[in-house]
Ligand binder design. Structure first.
Ligand SMILES: Nc1ncnc2c1ncn2[C@@H]1O[C@H](COP(=O)(O)OP(=O)(O)OP(=O)(O)O)[C@@H](O)[C@H]1O
Ligand SMILES: [Mg+2]
Length: 591
């Protein structure tokens, strides 16, 4: 795929935001660039002065005069040239490094501020390729442009000098220009497209590799290793074709240019040589003509730079695609005092065909433990994501203590809402840091207390390094990771805690104990719990039953249990009798 977004912008838009990005990158490093430019101008000036200085020394020596002054001038030119080279090299490297760095920061910041539903659908491998390789290519562009500009200026200066020495020599040079211009133009338009093709194929390959590694268990269990190798490498022919075409384009242009340059050079020198023979020019001037012709010819050697620009434009499009993804705007208001009442007002979330949630109104009073139940795929997790603004609704609003979450300052929001997920990812240097993730300064006692409440403290302490174990190195089961995720939510002591299937991998006995921590241990704090088990729903103060994108009913588990359809939600758990039992039958777990 050429674009990571679900709804990619059209080609003209890609070109436009790619070019806009290039401009903003150049603006961002103007200071080191200005120093590089100054150094380069001095270097270019000295380069222009060098043939003249040499010619002066030669003419003075041939004329038998004292050459001290002219030699001193030559030495000065050489020293200046060396100093300018050093300064511009250092400042140039600085501009590339800082442009790349700021681009990568923007890239990551944008990715991490996206709506989580969208962010999770992006191809990770593709993005890694863009982050590492494409940003570096774009970061190099300010310097490449500067070099190109000074290269061209130097060439123009060389040409002007040719005209000053001998207009015939200048005219001989100009005769070669139109042909070279045509060759260069053709080359740039050809390679720009080829670079796009090459980089897209590279990105597809990276994306496929990441997908396969993420699903390595399935691949091995299904015995599809060979098929996966073929699938991952499928973009290879395209990559190879684009690469070869690039080489061919490059070779053809280089061949044409290489043939052209000596022709031009020979022409100019022949004209100047005739000038010396006619007595129109001094021998020293012939040397200067040779030097200035070489300078002026450097114009055509800017082909490398043009390659860089073509490459960078294509890379800029790929980075720009990501920077142009719309991210929800952060709010600015502080969190009002309040006990943690959560409201959904006319909340609609669009799906691919039908809405996932359709005009949902729901009040969850402060301090309540609310369970959300419903069939798989009915939108429970979507509701949970909305509750802490991990996604925004397409219509309607979600409010915490009367303030729309959209208006709430992100730091206040993150302090107010804690999450635990079905498959938590543990982030942090060690397990203690993973539990206190995002809460620097949390004491060890608080971490352990949360771990105890989540019934995972003894698991962690049995590890040789205990809480100091790096998460990746810990041999943990799915249920143990889930409980660590739960501890991470509990340690936050947030106004609202959202638990989305956060105990689904636990055995019934452990789940019952953990649920106790949620019911008894968190009394007075608002909890929204997505549940699949009747026992969990039975402990909730309020059960919200989602069905068909809407709230089908709300009440206590005991009240809802009268409905056979509600009982059918838990049928497998409570035995087939649940489906046929009468309304009078006591609910199994509620009593
Ligand atoms: N970003 C999205 N875009 C489009 N469809 C989505 C998106 N996220 C989820 N869905 C779809 O929305 C529906 C509801 O998903 P959700 O994860 O909320 O269900 P759920 O009730 O939590 O299910 P489960 O009990 O299996 O976890 C599913 O059909 C899912 O395929
Ligand atoms: Mg779910």
């Amino acid at each position: 795929m050429s674009d990571p977004a679900a709804d990619p912008p059209g080609e003209p838009a890609r070109h436009e935001h790619g070019d806009r990005l290039l401009r903003s990158v150049v603006r961002g490093v103007w200071a080191p660039l200005a120093v590089t430019a100054a150094g380069t101008v001095i270097a270019a000036t000295t380069a222009l002065a060098l043939p003249a200085a040499l010619a002066a020394v030669l003419d003075a020596v041939l004329a038998g005069e004292h050459a001290y002054g002219t030699v001193a001038a030559l030495v000065l030119v050489l020293v200046l040239a060396a100093a300018a080279e050093v300064v511009s090299a250092v400042a140039g490297a600085t501009s590339t490094a800082s442009a790349t760095e700021s681009l990568r920061l923007r890239f990551i910041a944008r990715l991490l501020s996206l709506d989580v539903a969208r962010a999770r659908r992006l191809p990770a491998g593709e993005l890694a390729n863009r982050l590492v390789s494409n940003t570096a290519t774009v970061g190099h562009i300010p310097l490449a442009l500067l070099h190109a500009m000074t290269g061209i200026l130097t060439s123009v200066g060389g040409l002007a000098a040719l005209f000053v020495i001998d207009w015939r020599a200048g005219a001989a040079f100009l005769a070669g220009v139109p042909v070279a211009a045509v060759v260069v133009r053709l080359f740039v338009s050809r390679v720009s497209d080829l670079y796009d093709r090459y980089q897209d194929a590279q990105g597809r390959l990276a994306a496929r590799l990441t997908d396969t590694l993420a699903g390595i268990r399935t691949v091995r269990a299904s015995g599809t290793t060979d098929r996966e190798i073929a699938r991952v490498l499928a973009p290879l022919p395209e990559l190879s074709a684009a690469g070869h075409a690039l080489w061919r384009a490059q070779a053809r242009s280089v061949w044409q240019i290489t043939l052209l340059l000596p022709l031009v050079e020979v022409g100019v020198l022949a004209v100047a040589g005739l000038g010396v023979a006619d007595g129109r020019l001094e021998p020293g001037q012939l040397v200067a003509v040779a030097g200035y012709t070489a300078l002026a010819l450097a114009f055509f050697e800017q082909i490398d730079m043009l390659l860089d620009v073509a490459h960078a434009r294509s890379a800029a499009r790929r980075v720009g695609d990501v920077l142009a993804l719309p991210a929800p705007a952060p709010g600015t208001r502080p969190l009002p005092d309040g006990p943690g009442a959560l409201s959904f007002r006319g909340v609609t979330v669009a799906g691919d065909d039908a809405p996932l949630l359709d005009d949902v109104d729901l009040e969850i009073p402060a301090g309540v433990l609310a369970a959300v139940v419903g069939r798989s795929g009915v939108g429970k997790s979507t509701l949970a994501l909305l509750a802490g603004r991990l996604i925004d609704p397409d219509r309607g609003q979600v409010l915490l203590d009367g303030l729309p979450l959209r208006e709430l300052d992100p730091r206040a929001l993150r302090g107010a809402v804690a999450y635990a997920f079905e498959r938590p990812v543990l982030l942090g240097d060690d397990l203690a840091a993973a539990i206190a993730y995002g809460l620097p300064g949390t004491g060890h006692a608080a971490v352990r207390e949360a771990a105890r409440a989540a019934h995972v403290d003894d698991v962690v302490r049995r590890l040789p390094e205990g809480y100091g174990t790096p998460p990746g190195a810990a041999p943990l089961s799915g249920g143990e990771i889930q409980r660590l995720g739960l501890a991470r939510a509990l340690v936050r002591r947030a106004r609202l805690t959202v638990l989305d299937d956060a105990t689904s991998s636990l055995d019934t006995a452990t789940e019952a104990r953990v649920t106790l921590a949620l019911t008894e241990g968190m009394r007075g704090r608002t909890r929204l719990l997505v549940a699949h088990r009747a026992a969990t729903a039975a402990r909730a103060d309020l059960v919200v039953w989602l069905d068909g994108g809407r709230i089908r009913a709300r009440g206590t588990h005991r009240e809802l249990w009268r409905d056979p359809d509600y009982r059918a939600l838990f049928a497998a758990e409570t035995g087939s009798s649940a489906r046929t039992s009468s309304e009078e039958e006591p609910c199994p777990a509620g009593s």
